[in-house]
Design a protein around this ligand. Structure first.
Ligand SMILES: Cc1ncc(C[n+]2csc(CCOP(=O)(O)OP(=O)(O)O)c2C)c(N)n1
Ligand SMILES: [Mg+2]
Length: 509
Protein backbone atom coordinates (compact mmCIF):
# COMPACT_ATOMS: atom_id res chain seq x y z
CA UNK A 1 0.00 0.00 0.00
CA UNK A 2 2.81 2.37 0.79
CA UNK A 3 4.60 2.20 -2.51
CA UNK A 4 2.14 3.92 -4.84
CA UNK A 5 1.72 6.79 -2.44
CA UNK A 6 5.46 7.30 -2.28
CA UNK A 7 5.79 7.42 -6.06
CA UNK A 8 2.97 9.86 -6.26
CA UNK A 9 4.67 12.18 -3.80
CA UNK A 10 7.98 12.00 -5.65
CA UNK A 11 6.48 12.83 -9.00
CA UNK A 12 4.53 15.76 -7.57
CA UNK A 13 7.67 16.93 -5.90
CA UNK A 14 9.63 16.83 -9.17
CA UNK A 15 6.89 18.61 -11.03
CA UNK A 16 6.90 21.48 -8.59
CA UNK A 17 10.60 21.88 -7.99
CA UNK A 18 12.14 21.11 -11.37
CA UNK A 19 9.63 22.04 -14.05
CA UNK A 20 12.38 22.62 -16.65
CA UNK A 21 13.30 18.91 -16.62
CA UNK A 22 9.82 17.80 -17.55
CA UNK A 23 9.31 20.48 -20.18
CA UNK A 24 12.33 19.23 -22.13
CA UNK A 25 11.36 17.16 -25.21
CA UNK A 26 11.85 13.45 -24.83
CA UNK A 27 14.94 12.12 -26.58
CA UNK A 28 12.89 9.32 -28.07
CA UNK A 29 9.99 11.60 -29.02
CA UNK A 30 8.91 12.57 -32.51
CA UNK A 31 11.41 14.59 -34.58
CA UNK A 32 11.09 18.37 -34.30
CA UNK A 33 9.03 19.87 -37.07
CA UNK A 34 11.86 21.78 -38.72
CA UNK A 35 13.45 20.88 -42.05
CA UNK A 36 16.92 19.30 -41.89
CA UNK A 37 19.79 21.71 -42.48
CA UNK A 38 20.54 20.54 -45.99
CA UNK A 39 17.18 21.97 -47.11
CA UNK A 40 18.64 25.39 -46.45
CA UNK A 41 22.15 24.86 -47.80
CA UNK A 42 21.79 22.96 -51.06
CA UNK A 43 24.98 24.22 -52.71
CA UNK A 44 28.05 22.07 -53.17
CA UNK A 45 31.61 23.25 -53.53
CA UNK A 46 33.49 21.84 -56.48
CA UNK A 47 37.18 21.06 -56.67
CA UNK A 48 39.35 24.18 -56.26
CA UNK A 49 39.85 25.99 -59.53
CA UNK A 50 41.96 26.43 -61.61
CA UNK A 51 43.46 22.97 -61.43
CA UNK A 52 46.09 21.08 -63.36
CA UNK A 53 43.15 19.16 -64.87
CA UNK A 54 42.42 22.38 -66.77
CA UNK A 55 44.72 22.36 -69.87
CA UNK A 56 45.30 26.14 -69.69
CA UNK A 57 46.65 25.91 -66.15
CA UNK A 58 50.35 26.61 -65.61
CA UNK A 59 52.14 25.47 -62.45
CA UNK A 60 53.70 28.24 -60.40
CA UNK A 61 57.48 27.77 -60.81
CA UNK A 62 58.29 29.56 -57.53
CA UNK A 63 55.88 27.87 -55.09
CA UNK A 64 55.56 24.63 -56.96
CA UNK A 65 51.76 25.08 -56.84
CA UNK A 66 50.05 22.94 -59.43
CA UNK A 67 52.99 20.60 -59.89
CA UNK A 68 51.91 16.97 -59.80
CA UNK A 69 53.04 15.04 -56.73
CA UNK A 70 54.48 12.46 -59.04
CA UNK A 71 56.56 14.35 -61.61
CA UNK A 72 56.66 12.06 -64.64
CA UNK A 73 59.99 10.21 -64.72
CA UNK A 74 61.01 11.25 -61.19
CA UNK A 75 62.21 8.66 -58.67
CA UNK A 76 59.05 9.34 -56.61
CA UNK A 77 56.85 8.58 -59.58
CA UNK A 78 58.86 5.45 -60.35
CA UNK A 79 58.52 4.26 -56.77
CA UNK A 80 54.82 5.06 -56.69
CA UNK A 81 54.11 3.25 -59.92
CA UNK A 82 56.11 0.25 -58.73
CA UNK A 83 53.97 0.27 -55.61
CA UNK A 84 56.99 0.60 -53.30
CA UNK A 85 55.71 1.01 -49.78
CA UNK A 86 58.88 2.80 -48.77
CA UNK A 87 58.11 5.74 -51.03
CA UNK A 88 56.92 8.62 -48.83
CA UNK A 89 54.78 9.85 -51.67
CA UNK A 90 52.79 6.67 -52.07
CA UNK A 91 49.72 7.90 -50.28
CA UNK A 92 46.94 6.25 -52.22
CA UNK A 93 45.95 9.14 -54.47
CA UNK A 94 46.14 9.04 -58.24
CA UNK A 95 46.81 12.46 -59.70
CA UNK A 96 47.25 15.01 -56.98
CA UNK A 97 49.15 18.28 -57.18
CA UNK A 98 50.78 20.58 -54.66
CA UNK A 99 48.81 23.59 -53.42
CA UNK A 100 49.64 26.19 -50.78
CA UNK A 101 45.96 27.20 -50.28
CA UNK A 102 43.49 25.00 -48.44
CA UNK A 103 40.99 24.02 -51.09
CA UNK A 104 38.05 22.38 -49.35
CA UNK A 105 35.53 20.72 -51.59
CA UNK A 106 32.51 18.49 -51.33
CA UNK A 107 31.76 17.82 -54.99
CA UNK A 108 33.93 16.93 -57.95
CA UNK A 109 31.93 19.24 -60.17
CA UNK A 110 29.53 22.03 -59.33
CA UNK A 111 26.59 19.94 -60.50
CA UNK A 112 26.57 16.64 -62.31
CA UNK A 113 24.82 17.00 -65.67
CA UNK A 114 22.04 14.66 -66.82
CA UNK A 115 22.45 13.23 -70.30
CA UNK A 116 19.39 13.12 -72.53
CA UNK A 117 18.54 12.85 -76.21
CA UNK A 118 14.80 13.48 -76.24
CA UNK A 119 12.93 16.26 -74.50
CA UNK A 120 9.75 15.64 -72.50
CA UNK A 121 7.72 15.63 -75.69
CA UNK A 122 9.87 13.13 -77.49
CA UNK A 123 11.63 15.64 -79.77
CA UNK A 124 15.35 15.56 -80.27
CA UNK A 125 16.95 18.16 -77.99
CA UNK A 126 18.53 21.11 -79.80
CA UNK A 127 21.74 20.01 -81.55
CA UNK A 128 21.11 16.52 -80.18
CA UNK A 129 22.25 13.55 -82.21
CA UNK A 130 20.67 10.15 -82.46
CA UNK A 131 23.60 7.89 -81.68
CA UNK A 132 24.40 5.11 -84.07
CA UNK A 133 23.36 2.54 -81.49
CA UNK A 134 19.79 3.87 -81.68
CA UNK A 135 19.47 3.80 -85.46
CA UNK A 136 18.20 0.26 -85.68
CA UNK A 137 14.50 0.36 -86.18
CA UNK A 138 13.93 -3.25 -85.15
CA UNK A 139 15.63 -3.03 -81.78
CA UNK A 140 13.88 0.21 -80.91
CA UNK A 141 10.43 -1.06 -81.79
CA UNK A 142 11.08 -4.21 -79.73
CA UNK A 143 12.15 -1.98 -76.83
CA UNK A 144 8.92 -0.03 -77.20
CA UNK A 145 6.85 -3.23 -77.35
CA UNK A 146 8.22 -4.42 -74.00
CA UNK A 147 7.74 -0.93 -72.54
CA UNK A 148 4.05 -1.14 -73.45
CA UNK A 149 3.68 -4.77 -72.34
CA UNK A 150 4.84 -4.25 -68.78
CA UNK A 151 2.07 -1.81 -67.75
CA UNK A 152 -0.51 -4.42 -68.82
CA UNK A 153 1.29 -7.15 -66.84
CA UNK A 154 1.54 -4.80 -63.86
CA UNK A 155 -2.12 -3.76 -63.95
CA UNK A 156 -3.44 -7.30 -64.20
CA UNK A 157 -1.23 -8.63 -61.40
CA UNK A 158 -1.73 -5.57 -59.21
CA UNK A 159 -5.52 -5.90 -59.47
CA UNK A 160 -5.34 -9.64 -58.91
CA UNK A 161 -3.54 -9.03 -55.60
CA UNK A 162 -6.34 -6.66 -54.62
CA UNK A 163 -8.81 -9.47 -55.32
CA UNK A 164 -6.79 -11.91 -53.19
CA UNK A 165 -5.68 -14.05 -56.12
CA UNK A 166 -1.94 -13.52 -55.54
CA UNK A 167 -0.31 -12.48 -52.29
CA UNK A 168 1.85 -9.49 -53.27
CA UNK A 169 3.04 -7.46 -56.26
CA UNK A 170 5.40 -4.64 -57.24
CA UNK A 171 4.96 -2.59 -60.37
CA UNK A 172 7.43 -0.44 -62.30
CA UNK A 173 5.11 2.34 -63.56
CA UNK A 174 7.13 5.42 -64.54
CA UNK A 175 10.41 3.50 -64.78
CA UNK A 176 9.76 1.65 -68.04
CA UNK A 177 12.38 3.57 -70.00
CA UNK A 178 15.10 3.12 -67.37
CA UNK A 179 14.48 -0.60 -67.03
CA UNK A 180 13.83 -1.62 -70.63
CA UNK A 181 16.30 0.88 -72.12
CA UNK A 182 19.10 -0.55 -69.97
CA UNK A 183 18.13 -4.15 -70.74
CA UNK A 184 18.21 -3.32 -74.45
CA UNK A 185 21.84 -2.24 -74.13
CA UNK A 186 23.00 -5.59 -72.78
CA UNK A 187 23.91 -8.77 -74.67
CA UNK A 188 22.51 -12.26 -74.30
CA UNK A 189 25.48 -13.77 -72.38
CA UNK A 190 25.46 -11.01 -69.78
CA UNK A 191 24.64 -11.59 -66.12
CA UNK A 192 21.86 -9.62 -64.49
CA UNK A 193 21.20 -8.84 -60.83
CA UNK A 194 17.86 -7.19 -60.11
CA UNK A 195 16.51 -5.48 -57.02
CA UNK A 196 12.81 -6.41 -57.49
CA UNK A 197 11.28 -3.86 -59.84
CA UNK A 198 12.91 -5.03 -63.06
CA UNK A 199 10.46 -7.63 -64.44
CA UNK A 200 10.41 -5.71 -67.73
CA UNK A 201 14.15 -6.35 -68.20
CA UNK A 202 13.45 -10.05 -67.83
CA UNK A 203 10.73 -9.91 -70.47
CA UNK A 204 13.15 -8.08 -72.77
CA UNK A 205 15.67 -10.88 -72.30
CA UNK A 206 13.11 -13.47 -73.37
CA UNK A 207 11.65 -14.66 -70.06
CA UNK A 208 8.21 -15.96 -71.14
CA UNK A 209 5.02 -14.39 -69.81
CA UNK A 210 3.93 -17.86 -68.68
CA UNK A 211 7.04 -18.20 -66.49
CA UNK A 212 6.55 -14.73 -65.02
CA UNK A 213 2.94 -15.55 -64.11
CA UNK A 214 3.99 -18.98 -62.80
CA UNK A 215 6.36 -17.33 -60.30
CA UNK A 216 3.73 -14.85 -59.13
CA UNK A 217 1.20 -17.63 -58.60
CA UNK A 218 3.84 -20.04 -57.24
CA UNK A 219 2.42 -22.78 -59.44
CA UNK A 220 3.89 -26.03 -60.72
CA UNK A 221 5.65 -24.18 -63.56
CA UNK A 222 7.55 -21.92 -61.17
CA UNK A 223 10.79 -23.74 -61.88
CA UNK A 224 13.05 -21.19 -60.20
CA UNK A 225 11.52 -21.04 -56.74
CA UNK A 226 8.93 -23.86 -56.82
CA UNK A 227 6.30 -21.80 -55.09
CA UNK A 228 8.54 -20.97 -52.15
CA UNK A 229 9.14 -17.27 -52.78
CA UNK A 230 6.94 -14.19 -52.68
CA UNK A 231 5.74 -12.92 -56.07
CA UNK A 232 8.30 -10.91 -58.13
CA UNK A 233 11.21 -12.90 -56.64
CA UNK A 234 12.11 -14.38 -59.99
CA UNK A 235 14.91 -16.81 -60.60
CA UNK A 236 15.80 -17.25 -64.25
CA UNK A 237 19.33 -18.50 -64.94
CA UNK A 238 18.29 -19.25 -68.52
CA UNK A 239 18.18 -15.51 -69.23
CA UNK A 240 21.12 -14.67 -66.97
CA UNK A 241 19.07 -13.46 -63.99
CA UNK A 242 20.35 -14.27 -60.53
CA UNK A 243 17.53 -14.91 -58.05
CA UNK A 244 15.88 -11.78 -56.66
CA UNK A 245 16.23 -11.41 -52.89
CA UNK A 246 14.43 -8.57 -51.18
CA UNK A 247 16.89 -7.71 -48.38
CA UNK A 248 18.14 -4.51 -49.94
CA UNK A 249 21.50 -4.36 -51.71
CA UNK A 250 22.40 -7.99 -51.03
CA UNK A 251 22.61 -8.44 -54.80
CA UNK A 252 25.45 -5.92 -54.97
CA UNK A 253 28.39 -7.79 -53.40
CA UNK A 254 27.26 -10.83 -55.38
CA UNK A 255 27.39 -8.80 -58.59
CA UNK A 256 30.89 -7.59 -57.71
CA UNK A 257 31.91 -11.22 -57.18
CA UNK A 258 30.45 -12.34 -60.48
CA UNK A 259 32.13 -9.44 -62.30
CA UNK A 260 35.46 -10.51 -60.80
CA UNK A 261 34.77 -14.13 -61.81
CA UNK A 262 34.10 -12.98 -65.39
CA UNK A 263 37.38 -11.12 -65.39
CA UNK A 264 39.23 -14.28 -64.36
CA UNK A 265 37.40 -16.63 -66.74
CA UNK A 266 39.03 -16.68 -70.15
CA UNK A 267 35.90 -18.15 -71.68
CA UNK A 268 33.78 -15.24 -70.50
CA UNK A 269 35.86 -12.35 -71.83
CA UNK A 270 33.43 -9.91 -73.46
CA UNK A 271 30.56 -10.70 -71.07
CA UNK A 272 29.37 -8.16 -68.55
CA UNK A 273 27.27 -7.81 -65.38
CA UNK A 274 24.46 -5.34 -64.87
CA UNK A 275 23.36 -4.76 -61.28
CA UNK A 276 20.18 -2.78 -60.62
CA UNK A 277 19.61 -1.01 -57.31
CA UNK A 278 17.51 1.83 -55.96
CA UNK A 279 18.36 5.18 -54.42
CA UNK A 280 17.35 3.72 -51.05
CA UNK A 281 19.45 0.59 -51.44
CA UNK A 282 22.47 2.87 -51.96
CA UNK A 283 22.29 3.69 -48.24
CA UNK A 284 23.06 0.09 -47.33
CA UNK A 285 26.54 -0.98 -46.29
CA UNK A 286 26.50 -3.59 -49.04
CA UNK A 287 26.45 -0.79 -51.64
CA UNK A 288 29.82 0.44 -50.39
CA UNK A 289 31.22 -3.04 -49.89
CA UNK A 290 30.31 -3.93 -53.47
CA UNK A 291 31.63 -0.79 -55.14
CA UNK A 292 34.79 -0.94 -53.06
CA UNK A 293 35.39 -4.55 -54.02
CA UNK A 294 34.67 -3.92 -57.69
CA UNK A 295 36.87 -0.83 -57.84
CA UNK A 296 39.85 -2.70 -56.38
CA UNK A 297 39.45 -6.16 -57.91
CA UNK A 298 37.94 -5.04 -61.20
CA UNK A 299 35.59 -7.00 -63.38
CA UNK A 300 33.05 -5.69 -65.89
CA UNK A 301 30.00 -4.43 -64.01
CA UNK A 302 27.41 -1.76 -64.71
CA UNK A 303 26.02 -0.41 -61.46
CA UNK A 304 22.65 0.84 -62.60
CA UNK A 305 20.88 3.03 -60.05
CA UNK A 306 17.17 3.62 -60.57
CA UNK A 307 16.86 6.91 -58.74
CA UNK A 308 13.06 7.07 -58.61
CA UNK A 309 12.80 9.65 -55.85
CA UNK A 310 11.64 7.36 -53.05
CA UNK A 311 12.54 4.45 -50.82
CA UNK A 312 8.98 3.47 -49.92
CA UNK A 313 7.89 6.66 -48.13
CA UNK A 314 11.35 8.19 -47.71
CA UNK A 315 11.99 10.88 -50.34
CA UNK A 316 15.54 11.27 -51.62
CA UNK A 317 15.91 14.59 -49.80
CA UNK A 318 15.87 12.55 -46.58
CA UNK A 319 18.02 9.78 -48.04
CA UNK A 320 21.24 11.67 -48.87
CA UNK A 321 22.71 15.15 -48.69
CA UNK A 322 25.27 14.79 -51.49
CA UNK A 323 24.73 15.16 -55.22
CA UNK A 324 22.65 12.05 -55.84
CA UNK A 325 24.20 8.64 -56.20
CA UNK A 326 26.41 9.60 -59.17
CA UNK A 327 28.67 11.70 -56.95
CA UNK A 328 29.78 8.49 -55.23
CA UNK A 329 31.18 6.92 -58.41
CA UNK A 330 34.40 8.96 -58.53
CA UNK A 331 35.01 8.14 -54.86
CA UNK A 332 35.42 4.55 -56.00
CA UNK A 333 37.30 5.48 -59.16
CA UNK A 334 34.38 4.40 -61.37
CA UNK A 335 33.50 6.03 -64.67
CA UNK A 336 30.14 7.60 -63.93
CA UNK A 337 27.22 9.08 -65.83
CA UNK A 338 23.87 10.54 -64.84
CA UNK A 339 21.16 9.98 -67.40
CA UNK A 340 17.54 10.99 -67.87
CA UNK A 341 15.88 7.74 -66.84
CA UNK A 342 12.64 8.63 -68.61
CA UNK A 343 14.36 8.90 -72.00
CA UNK A 344 14.65 5.36 -73.35
CA UNK A 345 17.07 6.44 -76.10
CA UNK A 346 19.40 8.16 -73.67
CA UNK A 347 19.37 5.19 -71.30
CA UNK A 348 20.07 2.73 -74.10
CA UNK A 349 22.92 4.90 -75.39
CA UNK A 350 24.38 5.47 -71.94
CA UNK A 351 24.30 1.82 -70.92
CA UNK A 352 25.71 0.65 -74.25
CA UNK A 353 28.66 2.99 -73.68
CA UNK A 354 28.88 1.91 -70.03
CA UNK A 355 29.02 -1.67 -71.23
CA UNK A 356 31.83 -0.87 -73.67
CA UNK A 357 33.85 0.83 -70.94
CA UNK A 358 33.20 -1.96 -68.45
CA UNK A 359 34.19 -4.74 -70.82
CA UNK A 360 37.20 -3.00 -72.38
CA UNK A 361 38.50 -1.80 -69.01
CA UNK A 362 37.37 -4.94 -67.10
CA UNK A 363 36.05 -2.58 -64.44
CA UNK A 364 32.94 -1.10 -62.90
CA UNK A 365 30.92 1.80 -64.33
CA UNK A 366 28.17 3.67 -62.49
CA UNK A 367 25.02 4.95 -64.22
CA UNK A 368 22.43 6.93 -62.27
CA UNK A 369 19.08 7.03 -64.06
CA UNK A 370 16.86 9.87 -62.82
CA UNK A 371 13.22 8.82 -62.90
CA UNK A 372 10.06 8.84 -60.79
CA UNK A 373 8.16 5.99 -59.19
CA UNK A 374 4.62 6.65 -60.40
CA UNK A 375 3.06 3.58 -58.76
CA UNK A 376 2.82 2.77 -55.09
CA UNK A 377 5.93 1.10 -53.69
CA UNK A 378 4.14 -2.27 -53.63
CA UNK A 379 0.68 -3.67 -52.94
CA UNK A 380 1.45 -3.11 -49.24
CA UNK A 381 1.80 0.64 -49.72
CA UNK A 382 -0.50 3.64 -50.17
CA UNK A 383 1.66 6.47 -51.47
CA UNK A 384 -1.10 9.09 -51.12
CA UNK A 385 -0.20 9.07 -47.42
CA UNK A 386 3.19 10.65 -48.06
CA UNK A 387 3.07 12.46 -51.42
CA UNK A 388 0.38 14.53 -53.17
CA UNK A 389 -1.67 12.62 -55.72
CA UNK A 390 -1.39 15.66 -58.03
CA UNK A 391 2.40 15.28 -58.09
CA UNK A 392 2.04 11.73 -59.37
CA UNK A 393 -0.53 12.75 -61.98
CA UNK A 394 1.75 15.54 -63.15
CA UNK A 395 4.58 13.09 -63.79
CA UNK A 396 2.37 10.82 -65.88
CA UNK A 397 1.39 13.75 -68.08
CA UNK A 398 4.45 16.00 -68.18
CA UNK A 399 7.21 13.40 -68.35
CA UNK A 400 5.83 10.09 -69.47
CA UNK A 401 8.53 7.70 -70.72
CA UNK A 402 6.15 5.78 -72.96
CA UNK A 403 4.69 8.85 -74.62
CA UNK A 404 8.13 10.35 -75.15
CA UNK A 405 9.46 7.27 -76.85
CA UNK A 406 6.33 6.70 -78.93
CA UNK A 407 6.40 10.32 -80.16
CA UNK A 408 10.00 9.80 -81.28
CA UNK A 409 9.19 6.57 -83.13
CA UNK A 410 6.15 8.12 -84.79
CA UNK A 411 8.18 11.18 -85.85
CA UNK A 412 10.73 8.88 -87.45
CA UNK A 413 7.86 7.00 -89.14
CA UNK A 414 8.98 3.85 -87.37
CA UNK A 415 5.62 3.42 -85.64
CA UNK A 416 2.03 4.03 -86.67
CA UNK A 417 -1.37 4.33 -85.04
CA UNK A 418 -2.46 1.04 -86.58
CA UNK A 419 0.58 -0.76 -85.10
CA UNK A 420 -0.15 0.88 -81.76
CA UNK A 421 -3.76 -0.33 -81.70
CA UNK A 422 -2.78 -3.84 -82.76
CA UNK A 423 -0.08 -3.96 -80.10
CA UNK A 424 -2.37 -2.83 -77.30
CA UNK A 425 -4.91 -5.50 -78.23
CA UNK A 426 -2.22 -8.18 -78.49
CA UNK A 427 -0.64 -7.22 -75.15
CA UNK A 428 -3.97 -7.43 -73.37
CA UNK A 429 -4.88 -10.77 -74.94
CA UNK A 430 -1.43 -12.31 -74.25
CA UNK A 431 -1.36 -11.18 -70.62
CA UNK A 432 -4.91 -12.32 -69.82
CA UNK A 433 -4.27 -15.67 -71.45
CA UNK A 434 -1.07 -16.26 -69.47
CA UNK A 435 -2.78 -15.06 -66.30
CA UNK A 436 -5.78 -17.39 -66.67
CA UNK A 437 -3.50 -20.31 -67.47
CA UNK A 438 -1.22 -19.70 -64.48
CA UNK A 439 -4.12 -19.36 -62.08
CA UNK A 440 -5.54 -22.73 -63.11
CA UNK A 441 -2.30 -24.68 -62.79
CA UNK A 442 -1.80 -26.60 -59.53
CA UNK A 443 0.83 -25.70 -56.98
CA UNK A 444 4.03 -27.78 -56.81
CA UNK A 445 4.15 -30.83 -54.55
CA UNK A 446 3.65 -29.70 -50.97
CA UNK A 447 6.85 -31.48 -50.00
CA UNK A 448 8.85 -29.00 -52.13
CA UNK A 449 8.78 -26.61 -49.22
CA UNK A 450 11.22 -28.87 -47.37
CA UNK A 451 13.62 -29.23 -50.28
CA UNK A 452 16.71 -27.06 -50.84
CA UNK A 453 16.32 -25.34 -47.46
CA UNK A 454 20.02 -25.99 -47.03
CA UNK A 455 22.40 -27.08 -49.72
CA UNK A 456 23.09 -30.78 -49.20
CA UNK A 457 26.08 -32.25 -50.96
CA UNK A 458 25.77 -35.59 -52.73
CA UNK A 459 25.85 -38.44 -50.22
CA UNK A 460 25.05 -36.13 -47.28
CA UNK A 461 21.86 -36.44 -45.22
CA UNK A 462 19.18 -33.76 -45.10
CA UNK A 463 19.45 -32.06 -41.66
CA UNK A 464 17.31 -33.87 -39.14
CA UNK A 465 15.23 -30.83 -38.25
CA UNK A 466 13.85 -30.77 -41.82
CA UNK A 467 12.96 -34.46 -41.69
CA UNK A 468 11.16 -33.91 -38.38
CA UNK A 469 9.17 -30.94 -39.65
CA UNK A 470 8.15 -32.82 -42.74
CA UNK A 471 6.96 -35.77 -40.65
CA UNK A 472 5.04 -33.45 -38.34
CA UNK A 473 3.19 -31.84 -41.25
CA UNK A 474 2.45 -35.29 -42.67
CA UNK A 475 1.00 -36.38 -39.32
CA UNK A 476 -1.22 -33.27 -39.07
CA UNK A 477 -2.39 -33.66 -42.66
CA UNK A 478 -3.33 -37.26 -42.02
CA UNK A 479 -5.33 -36.21 -38.99
CA UNK A 480 -7.02 -33.04 -40.27
CA UNK A 481 -6.43 -32.98 -44.05
CA UNK A 482 -9.83 -34.48 -44.86
CA UNK A 483 -11.89 -33.23 -41.98
CA UNK A 484 -10.90 -29.61 -41.45
CA UNK A 485 -12.43 -27.64 -44.31
CA UNK A 486 -9.65 -25.00 -44.84
CA UNK A 487 -7.04 -27.75 -45.15
CA UNK A 488 -9.30 -30.00 -47.22
CA UNK A 489 -9.78 -27.13 -49.70
CA UNK A 490 -6.14 -26.06 -49.66
CA UNK A 491 -4.77 -29.61 -50.21
CA UNK A 492 -6.65 -29.84 -53.52
CA UNK A 493 -4.49 -27.04 -54.96
CA UNK A 494 -1.27 -29.03 -54.74
CA UNK A 495 0.10 -31.68 -57.03
CA UNK A 496 -0.64 -35.02 -55.29
CA UNK A 497 -2.83 -33.07 -52.85
CA UNK A 498 -0.19 -33.27 -50.13
CA UNK A 499 -0.01 -37.09 -50.28
CA UNK A 500 3.73 -36.78 -50.89
CA UNK A 501 4.17 -35.28 -47.40
CA UNK A 502 1.85 -37.77 -45.73
CA UNK A 503 3.93 -40.60 -47.12
CA UNK A 504 6.42 -40.21 -44.26
CA UNK A 505 7.58 -43.76 -44.03
CA UNK A 506 9.22 -43.75 -47.44
CA UNK A 507 11.11 -40.56 -46.61
CA UNK A 508 13.06 -41.79 -43.68
CA UNK A 509 11.06 -40.06 -40.95
C1 LIG B 1 17.97 -4.55 -45.62
C2 LIG B 1 16.57 -4.09 -45.84
N1 LIG B 1 16.10 -3.04 -45.14
C3 LIG B 1 14.84 -2.60 -45.34
C4 LIG B 1 14.04 -3.23 -46.25
C5 LIG B 1 12.61 -2.74 -46.46
N2 LIG B 1 12.49 -2.09 -47.77
C6 LIG B 1 12.02 -2.80 -48.83
S1 LIG B 1 12.03 -1.88 -50.21
C7 LIG B 1 12.66 -0.54 -49.43
C8 LIG B 1 12.92 0.74 -50.16
C9 LIG B 1 13.98 0.62 -51.20
O1 LIG B 1 14.03 1.77 -51.96
P1 LIG B 1 14.89 1.88 -53.26
O2 LIG B 1 16.18 1.16 -53.09
O3 LIG B 1 14.96 3.31 -53.63
O4 LIG B 1 14.08 1.05 -54.35
P2 LIG B 1 12.65 1.36 -54.97
O5 LIG B 1 11.66 0.62 -54.12
O6 LIG B 1 12.44 2.82 -54.95
O7 LIG B 1 12.65 0.80 -56.35
C10 LIG B 1 12.85 -0.81 -48.07
C11 LIG B 1 13.36 0.15 -47.09
C12 LIG B 1 14.56 -4.34 -46.95
N3 LIG B 1 13.86 -4.99 -47.86
N4 LIG B 1 15.83 -4.74 -46.74
MG1 LIG C 1 13.82 4.38 -54.94
Amino acid sequence: MLRPIKICIISRHVKVRQPHILSRPLITGPPPNIPPKHYQTPTSTPLPHPTPLDPSFQPDPETGDGKPLYVPGSPAERHASQGRRSSPLRRGMHESWWAKEMGWFNAVAKTIPTFRILDEEGNLVKDGMIPEVCQTHLQLSFTYKIMTLIPVVDNVLYQSQRQGRISFYMQCAGEEAAIVGSAAAMRSGDEMFGQYRESAALLYRGFPLNSLMAQCFGNVEDLGSKGRMMPVHYSAPEVGLHTITSPLATQMPQAAGVAYALKLDENRQGDCVICYFGDGAASEGDFHAALGMNSVLGGPCIWFCRNNGFAISTPIIDQYAGDGIASRGPAYGLDTLRVDGNDALAVLTAVREARRRAVEGQKGVLVEAMTYRVGHHSTSDDSSKYRPVEEVQEWTVVDNPLQRFRAFLVNKEWWSEREENDLLKKNKADVLKAFARAEKLPKPKLGEMFNDVWAVAKGEEVPHVIIEQRAELGRLLKKYGDVWEPWRRERKRYVEEGEDVMDCASRGS
